[in-house]
Design a protein around this ligand. Sequence first.
Ligand code: MSP
Length: 474
Amino acid sequence: MSKYFITTPIYYINDVPHIGHAYTTIAADVLARYHRAKGDEVFFLTGTDEHGAKIAEAAKKAAKEPQAFVDNLEKKFKEAWKNLNISYDEFFRTTNPDHEKQVQEFVQKLKDRGFVEKRSYEGLYCVGCEKFMKESELVDGKCPDHLKEPVRQKEENYFFKLSDSAISNKLINLISNNEFVIGPESRRNEIISKLKLGIEDISISRATVEWGIPFPGDESQTIYVWIDALLNYYTATKIYGKDDFWPANLHLMAKDILWFHAVIWPSMLLALDLPLPKKVFAHGFFTVDNQKMSKTIGNVLNPNDLVDKFGADAVRYAVLREFPFGEDGDISLDKIATQYNNLGNNLGNLVQRTISMMVKYKIRNTKFETNNKIQIDNEINNLDFMEALKKIDDFCMEQNKYIAEHEPWVLAKEGKKQELTDVLATVYNNLILLPDLLLPFMPETAEKMKKQLETLEPEPLFPRLDNSPYAVKQ
Ligand code: MSP
């Protein structure tokens, strides 16, 4: 039994969760459930990023005190994860006083080791990203992610000497030897080339942001929200008595925040001689109906609405089945509905017709050896969720085809009892392989399917949308 520590980003709590947050969290849940089923001791950590200018502005807009504001939204995240059957072990909040204390201690250690320097700085700050941006990163003077002009800010700040060549050289080596793994490969190469060009020091305090952790030794400043946030992965192990889970096995995120996880975070750890996470993986970004998700466009998909319409399992399945995990893609209500129907027509239909025929033709669940093996361990270990699900779908399709070709109903009519038994027992013995494979992706369906195969009482796994409570409301 080995230990497996997996994390999601801690999401900004400036608004309710959307399907983008759900996507990473579902993927992490699949891995957590997969490893638990394998017998590993799992620590699955998610949570919310609660400090900084972005949250303070959102609270102000809502005419609430920041703490009251985040306390209210935290519930929304937990509710969404409950609806999606996310089996996190701990939900982390950066406003946890134990975390605040440990972040201060960490920054103090960086200071003690000579990695912090006070300097005056002028730059363009994007509150949406919570980071300074270079002119070259802007498109028409705007942040390409938030479509807003960053604000020019001039402050005296404390800097983390990220440009220290001892650290960056060590990091380049660890990445090149794959001791610190960055995935996918293409993004790893991008990071290495960027690192080789040299990295700049990074401001780790804010003079104008009050909603944050006071900077040790200078209470007029707060600790930069990203330093506070990245540290959650490490402080959580201490707060929850899971010290022996560090280093993390995998930090999951999208490509928007890979630099923070692949460069800034490991540099902070290297500065204090702490072990680095084993792997960080950045999946793609998706659009909704081919547009960036935005409140103004009105195309933000709310995970709770989706679960109401399709059920948790179909949502989990649809987002991972639609496009490869490491690549950009598109999702929409229509695409999820199509995936739902595919599930019903393939897997759902297969289970129902097989069990119904076994009951109708009084075929007992006779033990029958089959050579058929289906394995998806490689795909899951490579985070190739789409391929894993496709394999399961293809397997179901083969079984449906086998039934169509062998026409059990004809065999029954012709009184060929032995052949009929063989055909249905073959399918049945292939079907009993599926619940274990489905479990990490669709835990409820796996459970229902297992039960139906035991009791031989079929019930639709994916009821038709038009006469079910999940019907798509037009
Ligand atoms: N608070 C920081 C993370 C700190 S982690 C130490 C943050 N929060 S966020 O709320 O903006 O979440 C960003 C993450 O949400 C992405 O990296 C990704 O995991 C997920 N996604 C948000 N929108 C998404 C898409 N449209 N597509 C795919 N993933 C999306 O950054």
